[in-house]
Design a binder for this molecule. Sequence first.
Ligand SMILES: Cc1ncc(COP(=O)(O)O)c(C=O)c1O
Length: 452
Amino acid sequence: MTPPLQARTVPDIVTAPPGPKARAHIEFDHAWTSPSLPRAYPIVPVRGLGCAVEDIDGNVFLDFAAGIAVNSTGHSHPEVVAAIQRQAAELQHFSASDFYLPIYAEAAAELARIAPMRGPNRAFIGNSGAEAVEAGIKLAKYHTKRQNLVAFLGGFHGRTMGAVSLTASKAKYHAHFGPLLPGVYHVPFGNEGLDELERRVFKRLMPGDEFAAVIVEPIQGEGGYVVPEDDFLPRLRELCDRHGILLIADEVQSGAGRTGKMWAIQHWDVEPDIVLTAKGIGSGMPVGAMVARSDLMTWGPGAHGSTYGGNPVALAALLATIGLLEGGLIANAAIRGRELLDALRPLVARHPDLVKDVRGKGLMIGVQFDSGDTAEAVQMQAFDRGLLVLEAGDDCVRMSPPLVVSQAEAATAVRIFTEAVEAVAAHRPEAVAAVEQADERGLAVQGVEAGG
Ligand SMILES: Cc1ncc(COP(=O)(O)O)c(C=O)c1O
């Protein structure tokens, strides 16, 4: 009999991971699944509760990756589970695109209420972040009758054809998929990019009034948890207004309370025209949304829709999640985030050759290393000790725990992460070689690979 997760110590490594069952499963997986999946390290999860995840061999991990910043309310939060079970027993599907699904309008009204625009707002609900991005691109083009788009280098917006055309975090995401969406212009993230837009793009390549939208992650996610200069987003807002360009905030990763405010853009008091959400807003159920000011929603019936978008079970999770976020989890994210940043920052002074920066807001924390090899070695050392974190960008490790994380869990994460850094500092060649050996055995993938 396996003891319930709440009775276990977290973390608790009983068999060096990947254990025998995990190895057997990974072999099975490799035979059947698409080789395009990046796979950061060999965890095979079977149960989760709060910030704890148990793998197939009975190891318990402290989850500071949260399924790529998704499990905002923790694994299997009882209120979210109850909402899902209730809705699943009542009505599992009835396409909201073609009919009037009550919970869809209710969720849209909630999303409109919490959006970072004064409103009135409306929402289109889909199944994922990429779908929210596609909806944003389509609405911006439809409403402005302009074709061109601006996105930022280092940005990640998803992998469907429109979204991947905006994505510019790794060149391999574009390889063999061209031609991509035409009329997408990329500039550096931050003030340098704004100067480049005005001086190079609008002056020499395409006038500003030919652009439908600028899409921006207020804090870059997959690009390495990059926080821009404080005047960047206000300046971007002003630039968009000057040229009649819509500002789309992609808050798929940074939203849903993760940074200590409902939306990261609210740290800079900037209102976008359109906000995109997914990941944490559904606590792990597949849901994403594009919320726009009502006056921009000028498209008519048939211009956009989705069979499953706004599935009632996913929306039950979304409504429960919003309640929990506003009921204390956003506040907890702010407090725990400050504690984590304060506790991790000394690593820069302690290991100046290795740790280059510790940054972030709330529970969106990035630690930058001297190289991708070091970041990957630290990630693997943390994994071996029972702490799940995830690589990002060229040389970063991101921490994005569930917003339910406690003070004690945060302290445990700092302790283990520090041990992982120290282990890599003491035995760097061996630690990097261990990652390479794992790669060769097909248990992880070489290079900083985690995507999303
Ligand atoms: C900022 C951002 N936008 C969009 C996406 C795409 O979301 P999904 O993987 O749900 O399609 C991601 C995924 O990581 C993201 O981080």
